[in-house]
Design a protein around this ligand. Sequence first.
Ligand SMILES: Cc1ncc(COP(=O)(O)O)c(C=O)c1O
Length: 448
Amino acid sequence: MAQAQRTPVSATVPNDLEPFWMPFTANRAFKARPRMIARAKDMFYFTPEGRKLLDGSAGLWCTNAGHNRDPIVEAIQAQAAEVDFAPPFQFAHPKAFELAARVAALAPGDLDHVFFCNSGSEAVDTALKIALAYHNVRGNASRVRLIGRERGYHGVGFGGIAVGGIVSNRKQFGALMAGVDHLPSTYNREKQAFTMGEPEWGAHLADELDRLVALHDASTIAAVIVEPISGSTGVLPPPKGYLERLRAICDKHGILLIFDEVITGYGRLGYAFAAERYGVLPDMITFAKGITSGSVPMGGVVVRKGIYDAFMKGPEHVIELFHGYTYSAHPLACAAGLATLDLYRAEGLFERARKLEKPWAEAAMRLKGLPNVLDIRTVGLTAGIDLASKPDGVGKRGYQAMELAFHDYDLMFRGVGDTLALSPPLIVSEDQIGEIFDKTAAIIKAVA
Ligand SMILES: Cc1ncc(COP(=O)(O)O)c(C=O)c1O
């Protein structure tokens, strides 16, 4: 194989870009023209050269409290000096319990026990395993089937990609897990285009679960997992009444309902969890990202009391759930999580997101009518703007928009194929909302 040409990072970062195989990145395009971030504060990123960019995507849907907030930074620093690591298997440190109690208090109903891990993907695999094990310990070992949804994104573990509905995973990674089926996507452009918030059309799509039950029989189905809003596949809010209907069908058949709230948790939709916004109580909630405002990797699963209790049987010296990660409830993550939850509360950031939802949605909808704009969807502080693909390649216009935003408009957002995904930190001001959409409008025209 020919030796690849090596690209230096920049004059201020004397390094080599080749060895790092970047995740979910067009490596060659990035390395030819890097988008490097050296520093962050509040609503802004800074390049190594000191250029200041407005963050329209909260990093990767995660820095809900804004970047490098002093109380979070200080909590991490103090924790690093106090205890670097405590084994989470058979031992623990106090902040793990404190954080679990705080998360449980934020979660609705009897969602009151928390299992910690380090990412959204791990949270999803954990929830799926808990679902299988729950039925097993209750003597229903035939309930092994898992139901996801088309266009669902549940991270990158084998469980998550199997229940997820992303075509590229199927193309690149083969047969995935057996015993999985999918509900149809709730998105229909013809019926829903340019809706602010939850669309009127589509609640009936939840009834497809009854069809899957008729096909597989309820006695073989362990759980259904959905994102309350699909984020990573382009911001797809649930049709009005859809989640309630899914809950009712799950109840009818003894199927567990898991809400993957890795994006929707911690204020993104104006509430601690989307379950609260929609008034629907799932059996488990997965979370990550916003729990530490992106500062230290952490994820977790909140489960209802009855699930935890089902495991607390048998001899007391025996491990009840054969699952965990070396870095579950890592001290740095717990310290960051506690400081983050304090900040959300002190600054009323969830309520702030709720208040900003309307001006945010109105600003987004002003882009209707610009060239190639096929649909705009908003819910909470998120927006998805679908652009028509270029004739010479799906995803090219979206990529160009994202690149142009970074290099020429000092703005960061995500390009998901030809959809622009926006989700600013919850500290965003109304002026900054205006700036985000003014710049996005100019970028859309520039890539027309
Ligand atoms: C709904 C959902 N689940 C799971 C994940 C995976 O999280 P992570 O990248 O932390 O593994 C994501 C990531 O965006 C997500 O949006």
